[in-house]
Design a protein around this ligand. Structure first.
Ligand code: IPD
Length: 448
């Protein structure tokens, strides 16, 4: 069904080649109702533009500055035509309505009659409910949608290119003198940027733009207030995650590179150039750690991870962030204290907590199974984006640091990563930590 819709849409835009490609492909059975996938496909495809069309199987992208950026001209029309309907995320609104849309063309797939209404009862619940009373799991729908949008593209080739870029970035970081760039003050004395952060991001940007001219870019050092992730294919980049570690010479530092499609990470590469640990994941293909000597291991490291039974038995990663006052700080520190405190003090008495200064690597260490969980708020999408796909491909569970949210937004700044284990145990750990928060939640952006 979604295929027919896409055919219809492409017909209306006279993108003949695109239509032919779709017609020659058999739709795959999806595990969610076709009408919902059709609706989801429209919502995202409407905001989805030319980028993916340049990275197809059997036509791997070239890492060359001469790669033609003109292939997407027809689809610019698509972008413009549909731009007005592009700012309503599929899975974010409390009530999601699709306006009745009609395309005057010869297609059998006119969707003018389709105007589904899906209502989410609260922003924190996963199921959506349709007018006929049936409900759908948001994660299942998102998953089917992203599979649908990416199935023609060679994500493993993209991963290989990201690995090459990460290695180049690693060489730059290891060779650098981490002098702080005082000309660019961030929030405070714990929120630093070095000339290396900027130089590495510039190199990454140039390399990615040369290879994938139609993809968007969201990087820590070039981020502008208000910039938002869109459904277009987007590289999400942190050139140096763990900048404070880098400045102090503590070798827990990483380059974090991700590709998102429809706002979901589909490729992730995180590289610590000092330890030469390379963590990678491709959606549907698993997560891996490649060590300094080239040994490559699927994640998690233990093939049959032990069940999670109690927070009491967990080694939990936390970070301190750079916001050191106000309600968010009070909540963070009170939970840290409760995680450590003995049970008779109302705490969880975890084995211990660890704070390593790189959220990207914290995610990887949970994916590997070295930490049981990582609970964190305040970090940004570039700190965690690649880590999310590495975690998920390693069988980990991603929830929010805030209670009740099992489907956190990538830009929501609140994350809870739990290592691979049977799901009931993963959820128990999440609920135990949420229970330590006394009903309080983190709020971003911070209210002054
Ligand atoms: C930092 C790290 C750290 C977290 C900070 C982040 P950066 O990223 O991820 O773990 O606690 O809040 O800013 O600035 O080094 O890329």
């Amino acid at each position: 069904m979604p295929i027919y819709f896409l055919v219809g849409l492409s017909t209306s835009l006279n993108t003949t080649a695109f239509r032919q490609r779709l017609l020659h492909r058999r739709p795959r059975p999806l595990s969610v109702p076709p009408a919902l996938v059709l609706f989801a496909a429209f919502q995202s495809f409407a905001r989805f533009s030319t980028g993916l069309l340049s990275v197809r199987k059997r036509q791997p992208p070239l890492l060359s500055p001469h790669h033609s950026p003109h292939g997407g001209r027809k689809n610019c029309a698509l972008r413009q035509l549909l731009h007005h309907s592009s700012n309503r995320p599929l899975d974010r609104a409390n009530s999601i309505k699709s306006p009745a849309m009609s395309f005057t063309n010869e297609s059998e797939a006119s969707i003018s009659s389709i105007s589904p209404v899906f209502t989410r009862t609260s922003t924190t619940e996963s199921p959506l409910t349709s007018p006929d009373g049936s409900s759908f799991d948001v994660k299942v729908v998102d998953n089917a949608l992203v599979d649908c949008l990416t199935r023609d593209y060679d994500l493993e080739s993209i991963c290989s290119i990201l690995i090459q870029i990460a290695y180049r970035a690693g060489d730059m970081i290891v060779a650098a003198d981490p002098s702080v760039d005082d000309s660019d003050t961030k929030n405070n004395s714990s929120d630093r940027v070095t000339a290396t952060d900027k130089a590495v991001e510039a190199m990454i940007y140039e390399s990615l733009k040369a290879a994938f001219p139609n993809f968007d870019f969201l990087g820590e050092e070039t981020f502008k207030e208000g910039q938002k992730l869109t459904d277009a294919p987007t590289f999400v980049v942190d050139p140096v995650d763990g900048t404070l570690n880098f400045i102090h010479g503590f070798p827990n530092v990483a380059i974090s590179l991700a590709l998102t499609v429809a706002r979901k990470p589909v490729v992730g590469v995180i590289y610590n150039p000092f330890r030469r640990d390379l963590f990678t994941a491709v959606k549907g293909k698993g997560a891996h750690l490649t060590r300094f000597d080239g040994r490559k291991t699927a994640l998690p490291i233990k093939k049959t991870p032990a069940p999670l039974t109690s927070l009491n038995d967990c080694l939990v990663a936390v970070e301190w962030g750079n916001q050191r006052n106000g309600p968010n700080w009070d909540l963070r520190t009170s939970v840290h204290k409760k995680l450590l405190s003995s049970k008779d003090e109302g705490g969880a008495m975890v084995h211990s907590i660890r704070s390593n200064g790189s959220a990207a690597l914290d995610f990887c260490y949970v994916a590997a199974g070295w930490f049981d969980a990582f609970w964190e708020a305040g970090v940004w999408i570039w700190d965690v984006c690649a880590g999310c796909i590495i975690l998920q491909e390693a069988g980990g569970l991603l929830a929010s640091a805030n209670p009740g949210d099992w489907a956190p937004e990538l830009e929501g700044r609140c994350y809870f990563a739990v290592r691979g284990a049977p799901e009931d145990g993963q959820k128990k750990i999440v609920e135990e930590v949420w229970g330590l928060m006394d009903g309080k939640t983190f709020t971003y952006p911070v209210r002054k």
